[in-house]
Design a protein around this ligand. Sequence first.
Ligand code: UDP
Ligand code: MG
Length: 312
Amino acid sequence: MPKISIVVPCYNEQAALPLFYQEITRVAGEMDYAEFEFVFIDDGSKDDTLPMLRRLAVKDKRVRFVSLSRNFGKEAGMLAGLEAATGDFVATMDADLQDPPALLPALYKAVTEEGYDCAATRRTTREGEPPVRSFFAHMFYKLINRISDADIVDGARDYRLMRRAMVDAILSMREYNRFSKGIFGWVGFKTKWVPFVNVERVAGETKWSFWKLFLYSLEGIIAFSTAPLALASVLGVLICLIAFVFVVVVLVKTLALGDPVGGWPSMMCVVLFLGGAQLLCIGISGQYLAKTYLEAKRRPVYLVRETEEGVR
Ligand code: UDP
Ligand code: MG
């Protein structure tokens, strides 16, 4: 029988976890044509998540877990899960039931019968989300698709089912700064997009503030595009052209018209603008340098403290 691994990153999910487990086992029960393995990642939770996982693993042999030594973030958790998963097919989904397990049979059908390597989900509405956040999200997707070669779909969730080949491709990307949406797009493979209507989390709270999301989007841009680095050159050329026109204007005014060019305010504008533009460009280079620095250290993306087999 083919084996499906379900990878679930969990950070302080004690409220949602029992509901999730109930729902996923129900769906797994319906899909009796496949074998299941549930790989939960405890991403350094401070609540009852880990004891709960321990109990589940004792009760249900399909349940496995990997507990990280501290909170490493969802991206690290997903990597830990993909590395631990042993299935022929691997699905990633959130623990808060915002990724409905009920879609699994349809996703599975797409990869086994319809010739896709991956079936991914996309939410069609952003209901229940502040409008400002939706606006910036749309802007982000437009921008990143223009400046990067990873195909990143607006509204895509991290809920997807992949064939082993695609999972191995993702695992072969050893980068430290992991922006999953970009990585999924970058590896390619034939992906079927399954739309569904957005659902709110069943219990507990979201871990994402607007500011965190904003910083995360910058990470995504830095990880998957070098276009911002070209900004300095583009600005430089533009300013040189403007300066050249300015020189001609000043020369003509002084020599031909004998008009002494007054200019303290205009000078200040030019100095401030140039100073600002230069700092901006150095700042952008700095961001890339910082990421390069972190990559160069080759630190592990996550550290494991405990699994269902015991404490390491
Ligand atoms: N998560 C995680 N580590 C973190 C933050 C979140 O493993 O540092 C998990 C969380 O438990 C959930 C999923 O990532 O299963 C999505 O998180 P959340 O629901 O807070 O994000 P949202 O759905 O609001 O984007
Ligand atoms: Mg959620």
